[in-house]
Design a protein around this ligand. Structure first.
Ligand SMILES: *[C@@H]1O[C@H](CO)[C@@H](O)[C@H](O)[C@H]1NC(C)=O
Ligand SMILES: *[C@@H]1O[C@H](CO)[C@@H](O)[C@H](O)[C@H]1NC(C)=O
Ligand SMILES: *[C@@H]1O[C@H](CO)[C@@H](O)[C@H](O)[C@H]1NC(C)=O
Ligand SMILES: *[C@@H]1O[C@H](CO)[C@@H](O)[C@H](O)[C@H]1NC(C)=O
Ligand SMILES: *[C@@H]1O[C@H](CO)[C@@H](O)[C@H](O)[C@H]1NC(C)=O
Ligand SMILES: *[C@@H]1O[C@H](CO)[C@@H](O)[C@H](O)[C@H]1NC(C)=O
Ligand SMILES: *[C@@H]1O[C@H](CO)[C@@H](O)[C@H](O)[C@H]1NC(C)=O
Length: 363
């Protein structure tokens, strides 16, 4: 640091210590809900020579839309605010230069520019003309925002999630003064039990869960609720999840026999899966002997049936294989050669086996 810099720093410090001036720190703009309250965070500074005049008996005043004490005075901390234009209270200790103020029952005509004035003993009277706070009374609550996080990373624009990933839906809301304070609630359609963590003081609510196919196309709505004296005000934001998942074969997949054998296989996956039949390990092609027909059940579901005209040996196995970009699943239909045998089918995707009775002839 050279000499010039030292001098500048010294002068700067000197100014801070010996030459304190009148100034005030106020928020620039505050919104208030119609019928509710507003908290103005406020700190002021006075010239050092007036320190002795700032006592417990100091009065804080607020002027609206001008600085003329006769015309613009709307609040005087030394008089009951019961009948004044602004109802409220200075909750800060004026002696400690804290002019934090609460106003109640705000209506649209209270919207405007507010100036603070301090009146102490002796010579201390000062209106802070340079800095004011703008109070804007609004009729509806600001909307909360729902943001999607996948594996702790924020996801923009798209709501695609892979099954198994950890998902966090964060609802955050700007809060306005109200008593009781506003609350955030989650709802989803259809309702799914989910673990939820709320930090109401920050008005952030996280909904954390592991994505499963059951949340595909589920809409999660976060609602902020203000319980005001005469009404309840709410605002909400929603997000619709799109979960991508490997195919799952429906346990209802089965075979029936009339004069031919017909097997059905139903798979669900996102993106929509493809289905293939394997007879004794070899892919079956659509032919007059093995007729295959397919039917889309929904944007994620596919149902395929195979009609077998050809003869099967006792070692014949029929397998339904389904795949999409996220994986594959298969189910084995063990075709017995004798009549009315029990046979198993096995869903390789979750190792669950079930036994059904099936009448089948050696064809
Ligand atoms: C007000 O004065 C104090 C003390 O002099 C200073 O620390 C503060 O930065 C000033 N604030 C503004 C907004 O000028
Ligand atoms: C504020 O109220 C006190 C007590 O009623 C009164 O003495 C004082 O003059 C008032 N201040 C103004 C600026 O009206
Ligand atoms: C104003 O605030 C002070 C300090 O918090 C409290 O003692 C007083 O009862 C309040 N007055 C009203 C009218 O709310
Ligand atoms: C505020 O609320 C009052 C009473 O509920 C209503 O009459 C008035 O229209 C509202 N004002 C605004 C700006 O919404
Ligand atoms: C929910 O997830 C968020 C972000 O991934 C994390 O910050 C928060 O701690 C999690 N909450 C719980 C209860 O696990
Ligand atoms: C199999 O062929 C028939 C007619 O030859 C057709 O109608 C059917 O859609 C085909 N199935 C598949 C899965 O391509
Ligand atoms: C899907 O099938 C391929 C062979 O076609 C195999 O290598 C792979 O392990 C299978 N994946 C799953 C998840 O079953």
């Amino acid at each position: 640091m050279d000499t010039a810099e030292k001098i500048i720093l010294f002068c700067f410090l000197l100014q801070g210590v010996c030459c304190r001036d009148f100034n005030i720190t106020l928020p620039q703009k505050i919104e208030a809900l119609n019928g509710s309250c507003v908290i103005i965070k406020c700190r002021f500074e006075i010239q050092k020579q007036y320190d002795k005049d700032l006592t417990e008996r100091a009065t804080g005043l607020w002027l609206k839309d001008g600085i003329n004490v006769n015309n613009n005075l709307v609040f005087n901390s030394s008089t009951s605010s019961q009948n004044s234009f602004m109802k409220g209270n200075i909750t800060g200790k004026l002696k400690d230069k804290d002019c934090t103020t609460v106003f109640h029952e705000l209506r649209s005509y209270h919207s405007g520019q507010y100036y603070f004035r301090i009146e102490g003993e002796g010579e201390l009277t000062w209106t802070y003309k340079e800095t004011s706070v703008s109070i804007h009374v609004v009729d509806s609550s600001p909307k909360p925002t729902v943001q999607l996080y996948v594996e702790q990373k924020e996801v923009q624009d798209q709501e695609e999630v892979l099954e198994g990933r950890s998902v966090s839906l964060r609802c955050s809301a700007e809060t306005l003064c109200s008593s009781p304070p506003p609350t955030l609630t989650w709802s989803s359609t259809p309702r799914i039990p989910l673990s939820e963590s709320s930090r109401l003081e920050e008005l952030i609510s996280d909904l954390n869960f592991t994505a499963t196919h059951r949340q595909h196309r589920v809409t999660f709505t976060c609602t902020i609720t203000y319980q005001l004296q005469d009404e309840t005000k709410t605002a909400q934001d929603s997000i619709t999840l799109h979960v991508q998942y490997a195919p799952k074969i429906s346990p209802s997949s089965s075979c029936t026999r009339t004069d031919v054998t017909v097997c059905f296989c139903e798979a669900d996956g996102n993106p929509s899966p493809e289905l293939e039949w394997h007879l004794s390990g070899r892919p079956v092609t659509n032919s007059s002997n093995t007729f295959i027909s397919e039917e889309r059940l929904s944007s994620t579901g596919l149902r395929s049936s195979i009609t077998l005209h050809q003869s099967l040996t006792h070692t014949s196995t029929l397998q339904c294989v389904s795949r999409n970009t996220h994986g594959n699943a298969s189910q084995l239909f063990q075709l017995p050669s004798s009549v009315a045998r029990e046979f198993q089918f096995c869903d390789s995707s979750n190792r669950r086996t079930s036994v059904i009775n099936l009448e089948m002839k050696n064809m």
